[in-house]
Design a protein around this ligand. Structure first.
Ligand code: PBG
Ligand code: ZN
Length: 329
C-alpha cells in the first residue's frame, strides 16, 4: 500500500510542471553577485593556460581586457586580481608584492581604462612573493612572524589602493591584519577603499590547483599555523567576528562547499556581507568528474552554486563566473 494514498500532504503538487517549479524556485544567483578571480602576468601579449584549472588562464593585462569582454557582457561586474612575480627578487619578506611596477599594480589602470565601471578587487598576500612561499616572513624561532607580516600586508594594500583598486582583500590569516590595513589605508588617504577580509579561511586541500596557477606553494611546511582548523569551528567563527570588530567591510568563508555550515553560522552572526570563496579545488574537482563522465559539468556547477547561496552567502568568488550564462541561462 502506498502511504500517501491516505495522506492529504502531496508535496509533489508544487513541482508537477517546469513552470510550477519555476514559480516556487528561490531567485537564481545573479551574475552581479559573482566575483571572478583572475591571474595577472607582467608584460603584454601573454596568455598561459593553467593545466590544473581548465578554462582559466594566466594573462597579461592587455589579454585580460580581451578575456573580460564576454564575461562583462553576461553581467559579471567584479574581478579579484592575483599577481605573479617572475625572475629574481623574491625574498624573505615578499618585498616585490608592494612594487608599483608589479603585475597587479600595473594591471589596475589598464582594466580601469577599458572598463570604467568594473569593480576591481585585489588579493593581498605575500606567498607569491616570498622566497619560501609562506604568507609572511619567519621570526627567529621559525614561525611566521605575525606582526611583521601585518606591516608588510598594509604596505601591499596601500600600493594596490594607490594603483586604483576599489577594494583590497587580505588572505594571509594574520591576527590584526584588518586593523593594520585599515589604519594604513586611512593614513594614506584611501578612506574609500573597501576592505574585504578573508576572515574565516581554512587550511585546506582545496587550494592545490590555485597554488599550481600561482606558484605559491610553501617550499617547506604548511599553512596550519595561520589558516583556520576545520577541527575547531569555534575559533574559525571568532576569526570572522574579530575581523568585523577590526573594521572589515565584508567577511568571507573559504573554501565554500565543505564549509556550508560555517557560511550559515557566520551569516547568522553578522549583518556584514558574507562572501564565499568557491576555490580552485572545488572548481577543478567538478571539471575532472565531468571529464570522466561521472556528472554533467554545468548542471553540477549549478547545483554547487545554489548550495553556496542557500547557505547564506551574499556574494561568491568563483572561477565559474565566465560560464555564468552556460550555468544559469
Ligand atoms: C593566498 C591565497 C590562496 C588562495 C587565495 N589566496 C592559497 C593559499 O592560501 O594557499 C586560494 C584560492 C583558490 O584555491 O582558489 N594566500
Ligand atoms: Zn598567502
Amino acid at each position: 500500500m502506498n502511504c500517501s494514498e491516505f495522506s492529504p500532504v502531496r508535496l509533489r503538487r508544487l513541482r508537477r510542471t517546469a513552470a510550477i517549479r519555476d514559480l516556487f524556485a528561490m531567485p537564481r544567483p545573479a551574475a552581479a553577485n559573482f566575483i571572478w578571480p583572475v591571474f595577472v602576468l607582467p608584460g603584454t601579449g601573454r596568455r598561459e593556460a593553467i593545466a590544473s584549472m581548465p578554462g582559466q588562464f594566466r594573462l597579461s593585462a592587455d589579454e585580460l581586457v580581451k578575456e573580460l569582454a564576454p564575461v562583462v557582457a553576461q553581467g559579471v561586474k567584479t574581478v579579484l586580481l592575483f599577481g605573479q612575480h617572475e625572475g629574481e627578487g623574491k625574498d624573505e619578506c615578499g618585498t616585490p608584492a608592494e612594487d608599483p611596477q608589479g603585475a597587479v599594480q600595473q594591471a589596475i589602470p589598464v582594466l580601469r581604462a577599458a572598463y570604467p565601471d568594473l569593480v576591481i578587487l585585489t588579493d593581498v598576500c605575500l606567498c607569491a612573493y616570498t622566497s619560501h612561499g609562506h604568507c609572511g616572513p619567519h621570526d627567529l624561532e621559525g614561525d611566521i612572524d605575525n606582526d611583521a607580516a601585518c606591516e608588510m600586508l598594509a604596505r601591499v594594500a596601500v600600493s594596490h589602493a594607490r594603483a586604483g583598486a576599489d577594494g583590497v582583500a587580505p588572505s594571509a590569516m594574520m591576527d590584526g591584519q584588518i586593523a593594520a590595513i585599515r589604519q594604513a589605508l586611512d593614513e594614506e588617504g584611501f578612506k574609500k577603499t573597501i576592505l574585504i577580509s578573508y576572515s574565516t579561511k581554512f587550511a585546506s586541500q582545496m587550494y592545490g590547483p590555485f597554488r599550481d596557477a600561482e606558484n605559491s606553494a610553501p617550499s617547506q611546511g604548511d599553512r596550519q599555523g595561520y589558516q583556520a582548523s576545520y577541527r575547531d569551528p569555534g575559533t574559525a567563527l571568532r576569526e570572522s567576528m574579530v575581523d568585523e570588530a577590526e573594521g572589515a567591510d565584508a567577511l568571507m568563508v573559504k573554501p565554500a562547499l565543505f564549509y556550508l555550515d560555517l557560511i550559515k553560522e557566520v551569516r547568522s552572526r553578522t549583518d556584514l556581507p558574507v562572501m564565499a570563496y568557491n576555490v580552485s579545488g572545488e572548481y577543478s574537482m567538478i571539471f575532472a568528474a565531468a571529464e570522466k563522465g561521472y556528472c554533467d559539468l554545468y548542471a553540477t556547477a549549478r547545483e554547487s552554486l545554489y548550495a553556496i547561496f542557500r547557505a547564506g552567502a551574499t556574494q561568491v568568488i568563483s572561477y565559474w563566473a565566465p560560464f555564468y550564462s552556460k550555468i544559469f541561462g
